[in-house]
Structure formats: structure tokens, C-alpha cells
Design a protein around this ligand. Sequence first.
Ligand SMILES: Cc1ncc(COP(=O)(O)O)c(C=O)c1O
Length: 282
Amino acid sequence: MFNTIIESFRIKMVEHIRMTTESERRELIAKAGYNVFRLHSDDVLIDLLTDSGTGAMSAKQWAAIMRGDESYAGSPSFYRFEAAVQELMGFPLVIPTHQGRAAERILFSTMCKPGDIVPNNTHFDTTRANVEFTGAKAVDLPCLELADLSSEFPFKGNMDVEGLKKLFEKEGRERIPLVMITVTNNSGGGQPVSMANMREVAEICHAFDRPLYLDACRIAGNAYFIKLREPGYTGKLVRDIIREMCDLADGCTMSAKKDAIVNIGGFLATRNAELAQQEQTC
Ligand SMILES: Cc1ncc(COP(=O)(O)O)c(C=O)c1O
């Protein structure tokens, strides 16, 4: 019995990539000091360094670029983009950025000061850099199952809820301007976060009156894992699960180069009008 999966799209363009031999690859990686960041991408046959900006865009996405309008202000392409984010995620205030790290830079430079602490299930490297650039400390609080390589726990991207509570109790809410959850937990092996965990984290944030932000770049993938693995979600649409995740949060940073499958792009979204005003002038 064969189960043939036919892809529901046509490939219209091909791009040449340079084939390398094993001995060439060995020489190149040795020359780069075994640091993949120092390789020239032309020498890389299969690039597993990042998932960022690696998706092929659809005919409609390319066509939308042609519909793009270069007005100095008030461009209709911005309003279409803003409406899509508002409709899907429910965050009313949307600030476009060229990619995710720019949204992080604006968020943390507006909210953090030296001596502050920002907890996250695991900070992505650009997120950590943007937190620490402000003089604040980036604290990773992954769930304990993440370190157990033999564990089959379905949501190893979860945040350590007890750890978060203890951090608030020890350091005080004044030093913690916001909490962030990265979905999926990319620096923690791309592991998903459960809705139950996000709900618990949101409750702690409410108890200490602190905002919860999502690093949302793999939110669609995370929502799909919730649909597959979390009781009560099998029959739900991924877009409804995304909305439920966002409803627990006060805002998000987004690298659209992943689940939104564009070559470049991102945004910062929030419910906080005062903050959005400061962020827009950043
Ligand atoms: C979890 C996470 N956050 C933030 C970023 C930064 O996004 P960008 O590459 O669009 O600046 C990335 C990827 O690069 C990421 O994986």
C-alpha cells in the first residue's frame, strides 16, 4: 500500500547551488576554525545554520511586492499588513520592522534599564544580545525535562513555572519589566510550549502585574504541535490556537522570516498604547 504525498504547488524557478566534495568540505570547515558562521555560504551545499528567510515565497507573495506602494507615508501595503496581524493575532498596535531582531531592539530598549532582569524559556541569541545591550540581565528558565535527552515529554519548550515564581519572589517585580516566552523554543532545540504552560506563566505575570510578550517567530509550528499533542486541541484550527496563545499575551516580537515564510520582515505588536507611542519614536 503506497501513500503518495503530492505537493500542492508548482516550482517555477530553480537556482544553481555549487556541489562540493567531502574533502573540500573538510578543508573549508577546518579553514573556518570549525565555526560555521565563518563559512562562505556559496561553499555550503545544505545550509542547516538557520531557518530564517529560507522558505520559498509564493506567486501571490511576489505579486504583493509589485502591489507594494512606495508612498512616503500612509502606504496601503502597511494597512493591509497591519490588518492581517490584527486579525490573526488580535494585537491592536503593530510596528513593522525589517526583521525580528529590530523588533527586539525596540522592545527592550523601551522597557529595560541597567539592573533589570528578563526571564525567557530560552533567549534566542539576538534576543539575549538585545536585552544585555540595555544593561539588563537575560535569564533562561527552561523546564527541567529539556535537559533530559531521553525524555519523551511532548512540550520540552515549556518555561519552568516554579523557577519564574521564585525569580519574582527573590528579585521583586520592580526588577522584572516583562517576561518573554519563545514559541517554539528555538535555542532549546526548537521544542514546543504547551497552552497549559503559557496559561500558568500568564497567571504569574498577572499576579505580579507584569506584561508577557511572545517571541512568536514559530508560533504556527508551535500551535500545530499543540493541536497534535495537547489534550482538547485536536479538532481546533491552527489559526484559532494561535489566537488563543496571543490572547494570553500583552504583545509579541516577530521574525516573519520563519512561519510567515517571507525572505525578510518582522514586527512588534502590543496592546499598550503608551508603550507603542514610545516605541514608534525609538
Ligand atoms: C526565536 C528567534 N527569535 C528571534 C530571531 C531573530 O529574528 P531575525 O533573524 O528575523 O532577526 C530568530 C531567528 O533568527 C529566532 O529563531
